[in-house]
Design a protein around this ligand. Structure first.
Ligand SMILES: [Zn+2]
Length: 75
């Protein structure tokens, strides 16, 4: 279909704060589903309606360093 619309949305796990992105696809018929965090098994997002989410992916964020310089890179 020429008029299918995909948008990428970002979600944050309420349990551990892990960030995920998912692709939202609009549909003519209702869909429902849910996604659970792969780290803490918390429910990151549930949906129902004329859209669906797929392609869940964890967002890799850089670790925060408080009051330190990047003196030594350990990896
Ligand atoms: Zn989590």
């Amino acid at each position: 279909m020429a008029n299918s619309i995909w948008t990428i949305e970002e979600f944050t796990c309420p349990g551990c704060g892990m960030k995920y992105t998912a692709t939202r696809e609009e549909h003519a018929e209702p869909h429902s589903g849910s996604f659970k965090c792969s780290i803490c098994s918390g429910e990151v997002h549930t949906w129902s309606g004329n859209h669906h989410f797929f392609g869940w992916d964890a967002v890799k964020t850089k670790p925060r360093v408080f009051g330190r310089r990047w003196a030594g890179v350990e990896w």
